[in-house]
Design a protein around this ligand. Structure first.
Ligand code: SME
Length: 161
């Protein structure tokens, strides 16, 4: 298992590759799952209007491809503009079930210049799986990804003009 600084180096290396953004993000999901075996489902959601839309992920397919902001743990993290850690998903009325095996969840918003672009969502089959080390690592990953994702979105919008 790589240390947090090593995982961050991997994130930087994967983001520097010339593949499409979705492939780079999926590679980050797979790397996180490999390096942190308690991350059973790892994925990105992106803000589109009033909804979160599922992006690249690894793990079981989720029925929640679109989530209204404010709904679920995913929507709560955007509405509250902060990381949400749920040690027992079955005890949280906000929880939208993806897999019956999921016991705990962490959702980390990706914010750039005051705007939430999306989030990193991780589910674990282990109850209370996420420590402050996980939170610190994932918040640092979100901080590093934010400017890259913001730039990609700008380019996409400009190329549509
Ligand atoms: N559990 C999330 C929904 C997304 S799935 O976990 C992939 C939620 O409550 O918002």
């Amino acid at each position: 298992m790589k240390s947090s600084p090593e995982v961050l180096k991997e994130v930087d290396a994967l983001m520097a590759q010339s593949h499409q953004e979705a492939d780079r993000l999926k590679a980050i999901c797979a790397m996180l799952q490999r390096e942190r075996p308690h991350y059973n489902w790892v994925g990105f959601y992106f803000v589109e209007g009033e909804e979160l839309v599922l992006g690249p992920f690894v793990g079981a397919p989720s029925p929640h491809v679109r989530i209204p902001i404010g709904k679920g743990i995913c929507g709560a993290a955007v509405a509250e503009r902060q990381t949400v850690v749920v040690p027992d998903v079955n005890a949280d009325p906000r929880y939208l079930a993806c897999s019956i095996q999921t016991k705990s969840e962490i959702v980390v918003p990706i914010e750039h210049e005051g705007r939430i672009l999306g989030e990193i969502d991780i589910d674990s089959h282990t109850p209370d799986a996420f420590t402050s080390d996980d939170r610190t690592l994932l918040e640092e990953i979100a901080r590093r990804l934010a400017p890259v994702l913001a730039e990609q979105r700008k380019t996409k919008i400009e190329s549509r003009k």
